[in-house]
Design a protein. Structure first.
Lengths: 162, 266
């Protein structure tokens, strides 16, 4: 067993794991953060997305020990003071989900998309950038709509702050 | 996944020593191929030596002669978004931005990709077309000597890719036809107008991995235009043939992708 230490959702944590333990398993089973989902086992679906040091990565395709020393944000870590993140709110308002299984990954992917590309996103870009996230219900239409709505709202917030 | 022992290397020499001491060790970079392979129990290394935290292996530098040096642990996302690469080798930046998906590109590295030499990987086409130099902890290879076959390279068991050096070229472009399900290249063609003439390299289609198309290169030397490569296809005998496409289909795809790449390079 190896001790891994990392910051998860702003909190310094550590845990004992086997070296072969996936980051997704560590988050779900050791930390009880079951919002990170395991959808496919073939690194394609993106349901397990978390942000590591500010970048979206597939937590099912890396070991917990690889993330030791890093800062990890999961779906549980994006709301603040009980207030949903703008992206979460937009998914709720636009019904950007059907069964909801892919939703945590979709939201972490969408936030990463805006971090990388800014808030001026068109539909084509959003669809292209969702290449690493699969919705088995094929509910993409409202997912894309939700991301566009959140991007527009974030642009307004940024503008108001200036 | 079978049991394994993780080691984090802090320098290239540290990694080499760890690999030497391991029973059946494997180098771990971004892990976007290796970890999924281990999950499927298709690989079971006794030890994993993580290269991701070796500072000297990361980063992109424009050198005095204009060439671009990319550290082996540099991610696809970093290559795709680097301003020097976008200016001097736009085809390479585009290629890096087409690998996997955004999240895979945050982890996957150029060194890991070329050391694995998947016959459908994208980078080998760019390196072969551009006449890249591959630097290891022991020596240097030309790309043409490095890629030796499907999942095969000239690397020794204990050798570590440390960097890739790419000479600049006037025009570069990459076009690929991704498999609709896996998104791996069924055929990917990198074209480059280099100081040594036109170069065309193909990935995804060949039985022995990446290869050049001398007939297309000759045609493009006299006329750098998409129509120059019409009617020039690789021999079907050397093409992959499987449930995703026959050899004839792939041979034709190579011509189509070459046309698209040349058209995009203008």
């Amino acid at each position: 067993m190896t001790t891994v230490s990392m910051t998860v959702n702003g909190k310094q944590i550590s845990g004992e794991v086997e070296d072969r333990t996936l980051l997704s398993t560590f988050l779900r089973e050791n930390q009880g953060l079951t919002g990170t989902h395991i959808g496919c086992d073939t690194s394609q679906c993106g349901a397990c997305l978390v942000h590591m040091d500010g970048k979206a990565v597939k937590s099912c395709s890396m070991l917990a020990v690889q993330a030791s020393g890093s800062a990890v944000t999961t779906i549980e870590g994006i709301s603040q003071n009980g207030q949903l993140h703008i992206m979460q709110k937009a998914f709720k308002e636009n019904h950007g989900l059907q069964c909801g299984f892919c939703t945590p990954g979709m939201i972490m992917s969408a936030i990463d998309m805006i971090n990388r590309l800014g808030t001026d996103l068109d539909e084509k870009t959003i669809r292209h950038e969702l290449e690493g996230n699969i919705c088995r219900c094929t509910g993409y239409h409202n997912i894309v709509k939700a991301i566009k709505a959140a991007a527009d709202e974030m642009a307004e917030v940024l503008e108001a702050a200036e | 996944m079978y049991e394994t022992k993780y080691h984090r290397a802090s320098s290239v020499s540290d990694a080499a020593a760890m690999l030497k001491n391991a029973d059946d060790g494997k180098l771990l970079s971004g892990g976007q191929t290796l970890i999924p392979t281990m999950k499927q129990r298709l690989a079971a290394p006794s030890d994993l030596i993580d290269l991701r935290h070796i500072a000297e292996m990361s980063g992109i530098t424009k050198q005095a002669d204009g060439s671009i040096r990319i550290g082996a642990a540099t991610t696809h996302a970093e290559v795709a978004s680097n301003d020097d690469i976008k200016t001097a080798l736009s085809g390479l930046a585009d290629l890096a931005g087409m690998i996997g998906d955004p999240h895979v590109r945050h982890m996957g590295t150029i060194g890991g990709s070329i050391a694995n030499n998947d016959p459908a990987a994208d980078y080998p086409a760019a390196l072969l077309a551009l006449g890249a130099t591959i630097e290891t902890n022991k020596r240097e290879f030309s790309a043409s000597n490095f890629f030796t076959g499907m999942f095969e390279t000239a690397l020794d068991e204990d050798e570590i890719v440390t960097a890739v050096i790419l000479p600049v070229a006037a025009n570069t472009a990459y076009a690929k036809f991704p498999n609709p399900a896996s998104r791996y290249a069924m055929a990917g063609v990198f074209v480059a107008k280099t100081s040594a003439g036109a170069r065309v390299a193909v990935t995804g289609a060949g039985q022995d991995g990446v290869f050049r198309m001398p007939d297309m290169e000759k045609a493009l030397d006299s006329n750098w235009a998409a129509e120059a490569v019409v009617g020039i296809a690789p021999a079907e005998d050397n093409m992959l043939s499987d449930m995703h496409g026959t050899a004839a289909y792939r041979a034709n795809l190579v011509t189509v992708m070459a046309k698209r790449a040349v058209a995009a390079s203008a």
